[in-house]
Design a protein around this ligand. Sequence first.
Ligand SMILES: *Cc1c(COP(=O)(O)O)cnc(C)c1O
Length: 457
Amino acid sequence: MADKIPYKIYLEESELPTAWYNVRSDMKNKPAPLLNPGTLEPMKAEELAGVFCDDLIQQELDNETAYFPIPEEILKFYKMYRPSPLVRAYCLEEKLQTPAKIYYKFEGNNTSGSHKLNSAIAQAYYAKKQGLKGVTTETGAGQWGTALSMACAYFGLDCQVYMVKVSYEQKPFRREVMRTYGATVTPSPSTTTEIGKKILAEHPDTTGSLGCAISEAVEAELKQDGYKYVLGSVLNQVLLHQTVIGLETKAALKKYDIHPDIIIGCAGGGSNLGGLVSPFVGDMLRGEDQYRIIAVEPASCPSFTRGRYAYDFCDTGKVCPLAKMYTLGSGFIPSPNHAGGLRYHGMSPILSQLYHDGYMEAVSVEQTAVFDAATQFARVEGILPAPESSHAIRVAIDEALKCKETGEEKTIVFGLTGTGYFDMVAYEKYNNGEMSDYVPTDADLEKSFAELPKVDK
Ligand SMILES: *Cc1c(COP(=O)(O)O)cnc(C)c1O
């Protein structure tokens, strides 16, 4: 049987998922609701309507509906670049001399270079359906901004992107891809918003953060008619759209009767990991099956492993609703290291609840070890992985090496979220032996925890 499994397991067009799976429908302990920061009461749809699109608010607040049909226009777009391949890493297995069977779901097969397009196209569709002129957003490493500019170009929407300054400077070509798709890109913090000016006054040398760029994008949206704000991770709706990853993975594995023992994903705001694992976690929640699920985060921004499970602001400017999540505090500005897309202070409320309830494990890994794994992977599997994705590679390799010691033939599946072509500054640092491993001290974290809002829920 084993040698019958192809290098790439594809699905036919007719086998593609036609509905997103809402894991909240199977959770006994639902993720905590978003709270209005003024009243500390759960946010109602009407309140969210100032910032988000109507259909997306429905998806955000619905904890009961198990499946949301994917609209035809979105399915059409998905078919251009999906299914993404599920690859058996035969070459890596051989190199590691491990009895483990390793698979990765590769989401880098589209121009944005990551899984982010799965949600970008959905969010742009609903914005268009609502008759909007355009959307505002933030981007960290640039993948979300790129994905959204592609999606907006497709539906003829204006796209305004606030890009974390360190990435804007390190990745000029990402910025140019966005502009090629018609987006406007502003480095954040900027002087185009009040919150940006305030942050610059307090921290003139800041290289920016996602939390800060979110505040600017929300402010920009509120100031313009016909615009809404869209977010590329963390929110329930984003995780919902990303379940196409997990649904395809599950269908592909099923074709060959493969049962994964361990499922691994990198965790920034939690959308790719949540999307990949949701259908499998659903099995666990319904008591039908069992898997080990591992979230991997950078040691420089360790929300799960060292954060608090508490209500916090989603942004530095404290304009967004409060979310209950594993958080390092909204004031936490991570060191300008290179895992750009994993530098968010918080974590998806859905994954936070699942982690809290013991359905997931989490590990943090240091940057140099991540690039060791990235390089090892690139040299045998051919793909130059994104630094974010390489966090998952690190732990997949570590688990495979454990199997080598014990002789266990475990099946490991990990999410390879994207490619690293725009991350060559980071690779250059690594190749020059100049990469550092920054880990925040307990005192750093305590300082930021002290600023958590006092919410008794
Ligand atoms: C954005 C990004 C991530 C992290 O975001 P999540 O919401 O945690 O999935 C991981 N990998 C790549 C390539 C990204 O672009």
